[in-house]
Design a protein around this ligand. Structure first.
Ligand SMILES: [Fe+2]
Length: 246
């Protein structure tokens, strides 16, 4: 039996985002196509290819979800807006990724009041097309729901998610690259994250699980992974440390 709230699931049918929505989609992806290759880790680019996500059309989520399911056992579904932790993490534990069924306002391409189709579909789903990454997210979801009735412990998983899946950088032979989908889905965040302006801290589970984050501005501190395995292997340690805090 799964704890937590049920996700909203309200609009399973893909909303027609109209000419304006398509034009917003095209503008963001066309602009980002010029720079993303040099900014984001390979995993993301492979995922874009596997899922055939491109600037020409807003993908049919059902088709993407079927490909994801075949590759990793995950499904993607539409939700109406922001899923709070007590519905979001139970979805991860069931290998379901919620995708906002709307698109940001064309007036400000770099800002969205809640995770929209650009953030969720373009930002997160390419990563989730990688089996190892998808398994990691699944395990994180499973672990976190065990602590849903303890706000202080559950919060540690939310912080971990935030500073890694959303906002981590990773070292590569070609220099630092973006690992976090929250950065990858925003042209502005990508530029800023690699500009030398944010403070980079070495990835450290004990620092991350105790560190508060804010969601409504560019991130002034980012954690830098040695490689992706360092992250995947850190999950058991996180779980053990949270258990000790119980
Ligand atoms: Fe996200």
């Amino acid at each position: 039996m799964l704890k937590g709230k049920l996700p909203h699931f309200a609009s399973q049918t893909q909303r027609d985002l109209g000419e304006e929505g398509l034009s917003t989609w095209k503008a963001i992806l066309s602009q980002h196509k010029l720079t993303r290759e040099q900014q984001i880790i390979d995993l993301f680019h492979r995922g874009l290819e596997v899922l055939n996500i491109n600037e020409n059309e807003i993908p049919d989520l059902k088709i993407l979800s079927d490909i994801l399911y075949e590759k990793t056992g995950w499904k993607a579904i539409f939700v109406d807006g922001y899923e709070e932790g007590n519905s979001f993490y139970p979805m991860l534990a069931q290998k379901i990724y919620p995708v906002g069924n709307f698109i940001r306002d064309k007036k400000d391409l770099s800002y969205t009041p809640a995770p929209d189709i650009v953030h969720d579909l373009y930002g997160h789903l390419p990563f989730l097309a990688d089996k190892e990454y998808a398994d990691f997210c699944h395990r994180l979801g499973q672990m976190s729901v065990e602590f849903m009735d303890r706000e202080d412990l559950f919060r540690q998983f939310e912080r971990f998610f935030w500073f890694t899946i959303e906002f981590a950088l990773v070292k590569t032979p070609n220099g630092n690259r973006i690992f976090g989908a929250g950065i990858a889905s925003s042209v502005g965040e990508c530029e800023y994250a690699l500009s030398g302006k944010p403070k980079l801290l070495p990835f450290d589970v004990d620092v991350i699980r105790k560190r508060e984050f804010y969601i409504d501005d560019m991130q002034d501190t980012l954690f830098l992974l040695e490689n992706k395995d360092q992250l995947y292997k850190s999950l058991d340690y996180l779980y053990q440390q949270v258990l000790k805090d119980k």
